[in-house]
Structures are given as structure tokens and as C-alpha cells.
Design a protein around this ligand. Structure first.
Ligand SMILES: [Zn+2]
Length: 305
């Protein structure tokens, strides 16, 4: 019996030695994205090496997000913060960044990435003018509805992850290549789906679908908001209805978080179909960017039929 006793500790030591010899586990890169579609793209690029959280929901207007304390905690632990920029988050993100006490995710920090710097912004005024509350004074921030802008953001995110986590740079590049190939295929399919409607006039609520409509060759003839972020007056709504009738508009498109009564009224008077555009990829339910854009394109096609 006495001779057998040391065997157990020896086995345990051998097991410990095996553990010690294995390469040390590298932690996931903790990523926070301001909007869900950006989170979906970051998941594609980061793959299994990152954990991604979105701050806003697809059912929320990203111009106006409630800066909840739980978000501060997430940002405190984050390695990377991905933002749209162009002032989309200006009303709420700076306060969260300050409260998080994490220098990595400050706008000057190594973990911070602003995607607007990597796309060509539309509606960029010569001089930023927030008079009367225009929320697009730094240009139009709703570029993720254009898959070509999404591809540019994916490239910027892959480079950003490689800077933060150099050992996995090759993996991020491979994920990026796979995503871009899938996106190219999907884009061809979406363009074909809407090809018959090129030139069709559309009315929108907010100037958030400009990139989507321009990409697909549709024409935004009016917005129900007189300026981005400014609620419509009765006289403006009447003018939009007149224009909609004159141009034979077929669809009035809006995200679900904008007031649907005004869109319904405008659509009824023209008459045109109301098109509800999903406000972003439902990442909490595992929806990918491509699946989200499938929904966007399908709802637009159904309204234009
Ligand atoms: Zn906007």
C-alpha cells in the first residue's frame, strides 16, 4: 500500500505539467458598438476572438439614446468602442465615455474607432449649422444602409482589431475576406431584386434612408421632417402630400421608431404604401448584417410592387 500512495500525486503533477505546457488562453477582445448594425459587422470580422455588445437597439433612434448606468459598466471593461460618428451619438456617447473611466475607449484612446472617417459622407454642409436643431449638421450618419459603406467599415474594423490584437491579425483578415465575399454576392442579389424600380419616387420620414435609396437608384423626393430631427408642421405635411401626388410616389418609408401616424396619413392621401424599414440588425437575436439587409430590401420591394 505504501508504495502505491505516491502514484496519485504523480498523476496530478503530470496533469499540471500538461496544463502549464499548453499555450496561455488569450482573452476575447471586448467590443462595444454604438449601433446594432455596426455590432453585427464587428461580429463578422472578429469571429470567435471578440465579444460584441451593441449600445442601442434596432428599435431605438440612435440620435437619442438613454445613457443607462449599465452601459457605463460595459464601457468600463471594453477594449474597443466602435462608433458611427458624424455626430450621430453626440447627444449621449461623450457622457458615457467620461463616466466609464476607461482611457482606452475615449475618443483619443487606442480602442476607439469612428467609422464615418472611412466612408464618403452625404449631405455634408460647407459649414456645420445646428440652427433649429438639425441633427445632421456634420453630414448624414445613416450610411450603414449602403452595403458598400458597410464593406468600408468592415475593412476599418479589421485593421482596428489587428492593431489591438496583433497576434490574430491574420484571423481578422480571413474573417473580413469571407464577409466581403458574402456581402458582394448579397449586394448583387439585392440590386437585381430592386432593378425594376430604378427611378421610383419615395418619401421618407427622416433623412435616414438616403444612402439606401441612392444605392438602389430610387429617388427621395421629400422627407416628412422639414430638417433632420425637426418634427413636421401641418403646412409642411400638406406640401409633402401635394408633392407625393404630383410625383406619383408609391412608397412612404420609415423606421419603426418614427411617428407612424404622420407616415400613414401621407401615404393614405397620396395614395402610397407605408414601408417599415428595420432600424438595424437584431444582433441580440443573432441576426447578421446580411440577414438584416435582406429584410430592408424585401420590405422596400414589397412596398414598391
Ligand atoms: Zn439622422
Amino acid at each position: 500500500m505504501r508504495k502505491l500512495l505516491p502514484i496519485v500525486p504523480l498523476v496530478a503533477l503530470a496533469a499540471l505539467a500538461t496544463v502549464a505546457a499548453a499555450p496561455p488562453a488569450v482573452a476575447d477582445v471586448k467590443v462595444v458598438a454604438t449601433v446594432p448594425s455596426l455590432a453585427a459587422i464587428a461580429k463578422e470580422v472578429g469571429g470567435k476572438h471578440v465579444s460584441v455588445t451593441a449600445i442601442s437597439l434596432p428599435t431605438q433612434d440612435a440620435h437619442f439614446v438613454d445613457a443607462k448606468p449599465s452601459l457605463v459598466l460595459k464601457l468600463n471593461k471594453a477594449d474597443a468602442l466602435l462608433a458611427i460618428g458624424a455626430d450621430l451619438e453626440i447627444g449621449w456617447l461623450p457622457a458615457l465615455q467620461t463616466q466609464a473611466r476607461n482611457p482606452r475607449i475615449l475618443s483619443s484612446g487606442a480602442g476607439y474607432l469612428e467609422c464615418a472617417a472611412h466612408v464618403t459622407l452625404r449631405d455634408r454642409p460647407a459649414v456645420a449649422d445646428r440652427a433649429q436643431g438639425d441633427v445632421h449638421a456634420a453630414g448624414n450618419p445613416h450610411f450603414l444602409y449602403d452595403p458598400r459603406a458597410a464593406a468600408a467599415c468592415a475593412r476599418a474594423i479589421a485593421a482596428h482589431f489587428a492593431r489591438l490584437d496583433g497576434k490574430r491579425a491574420k484571423a481578422y483578415q480571413a474573417n473580413l475576406a469571407r464577409f466581403l465575399a458574402a456581402l458582394d454576392g448579397a449586394r448583387a442579389r439585392w440590386e437585381k431584386h430592386l432593378a425594376a424600380h430604378r427611378g421610383a419616387p419615395v418619401i421618407t420620414y427622416h433623412r435616414s434612408l438616403t444612402y439606401l435609396l441612392d444605392w438602389l437608384g430610387l429617388v427621395e423626393v421629400a422627407t416628412i421632417e422639414p430638417k433632420p430631427g425637426i418634427p413636421p408642421t401641418a403646412s409642411h405635411v400638406a406640401a409633402v402630400i401635394d408633392l407625393g401626388k404630383a410625383k406619383a410616389v408609391k412608397a412612404v418609408a420609415q423606421e419603426a421608431y418614427y411617428p407612424d401616424k404622420t407616415c400613414a396619413l401621407v401615404a393614405r392621401k397620396i395614395p402610397a404604401a407605408v414601408v417599415r424599414i428595420p432600424g438595424g440588425a437584431d444582433v441580440a437575436r443573432g441576426q447578421s448584417y446580411i440577414q438584416h439587409m435582406d429584410e430592408v430590401v424585401n420590405s422596400l420591394a414589397a412596398g414598391l410592387k
